[in-house]
Design a protein. Sequence first.
Length: 393
Amino acid sequence: METTWIPPKIIIGQVATGGYYFRREDLENKIWEEIKKGNNILLAAPRRVGKTSVMKSLAEQSNSNYKFVFKNVQGISEELDFYKTLYELILYCLNESERYKVQFKNYFKKMKISEITISGIKIDRNDINYLTEINKLIPQFKDENIVLLIDELPEVLYKLHEKGKGEEACNILNNLRGWRQQKGFEKVQFVLAGSIGIHYVIGLIDKRTKGINDLKEIRCLPLDEERGEFEKYMDWITSDATIRYNRDLKAYLKEKTGHFTPYFINLLINKVDETCRKNNRCEITESDIDIAFSKVINNRTYFSDWKQRLQDYMPKEDFAFVNDVLIHTAHKDEISIQEIYNLASEHDKKYCYMEFIANLIQDGYITKQNEKYVFISPFLKEFWKNDNPVYIG
């Protein structure tokens, strides 16, 4: 009788939610602590660490004192659409609160709101000034706090900047700051996040970061090695799976992964599982992990987005410098500050090069190690090497 093959509990390419979400309790607790203090939060995270999964998990934790709602705003390309989206999110939270639903019953009627869902609001009128309505509504909140979990805000700001609408991007930043700081507006709080460096984007818009310096920054980091989170995650995703990993195999896979982001771990685990299932083999060796690693790094689709993101939000001359830094680091295994400065001089960036390095660190490309800079992930290192196979430097 053929044994039913049970895959590991992983998901690749989509946000991990529900039964696929490995709960980051320590991180969620930190966010909750700051929310209860009345703070607004910048969730700072390199790509693929799992910030969106964390935010979606928080969105499911509304209670009688806090109403959470999550929204990915990446598709928004106009200032007015941003305010419309926030207005709809606020109305959704009001409708989810028994107290606010009664308090604002007449408002819903006056505004001819006939339907309120998480997907959108049906309003039978087209003369609404959404920014004005938000400013009128918020000061009336006296009971539950409304917490807006806004993902990919930097994308919106950058698109406006690229379209020559930097003033509109500044307006959004200024209004968000006003809502966070204006007396009487304390009942609405924000958790903001994005997949591209928000400090870099804001620097492009107004050359300063005053629009976010009041936010409490919380880092969404990879799995914590000292807390044994890698091993806990491995046990969690393989607890019911056909392929199991003993202590030695876990240690070897850990070494190959190098950077303990669930996305990278999942890629490797998935390739091992695919190969073994195809061969109907339940026992694995270190060789299987090596083969899986080779298959992963040779698949450009897994990592090309990292490079594309840099190209999308950086001017050509900035990308050229950053890409040269990454190509050098990939081929030479590391890059010194002197070598970075030399490249910066070639690209006319010698007065601002460390800003770019700081952004590469914050966005999860490189890290500092023994006074040199190295790729944070062996997967990304090999991708950059494969994508730029010829290097003279």
